[in-house]
Ligand binder design. Structure first.
Ligand code: FES
Length: 133
């Protein structure tokens, strides 16, 4: 089974666990008690579930994530073009990964820090080759 290593912004290991191949990354993180915001519940709308994936970086992304990140870059937020930033709700775990969540419950204030998320990626994923560099 793939191993997920969760690190903080200093790359200090916080948690390690294994998940079934094919698990949605956001679901895996929530189920293992990882502190991260996921305001829209995993629908590629809010970007709060974003993570940096430094090891095991996917080679594909969903069209929903690609469109949302392109919109953010156009709005003057170039960080959304970073090659290792992903929405954890739009990622399927296929191999070992090192993941660093961006927005944590313990240092943000949200009306809704996270709705329930299901096992499936929503909206229905259309996979495209990752083209960010
Ligand atoms: S974009 Fe909102 S939870 Fe992933």
């Amino acid at each position: 089974m793939p191993k997920i290593t969760v690190v903080d912004f200093m790359r200090k290991v916080e948690k390690e666990f294994e998940v079934e191949k094919g698990t949605k990354l956001l679901k895996a993180l929530i189920d293992h008690g990882v502190d991260l915001v996921h305001t829209c519940g995993g629908n590629a709308k809010c970007t709060t579930c974003r993570v940096n994936i430094d090891v095991g970086t996917p080679t594909k992304e969903t069209q929903a994530q690609k469109d949302l990140f392109a919109k953010k870059v156009k709005q003057g937020l170039p960080q959304f073009g970073a090659p290792r930033m992903f929405l954890s709700c739009q990622i399927i775990v296929e191999n070992d990964m090192m993941v660093s969540p961006s927005e944590r419950f313990n240092h943000v204030i949200h009306d809704s820090v996270g709705r329930d998320t299901g096992d499936e990626i929503t909206p229905d994923p259309v996979w495209v080759v990752l083209e960010r560099e």
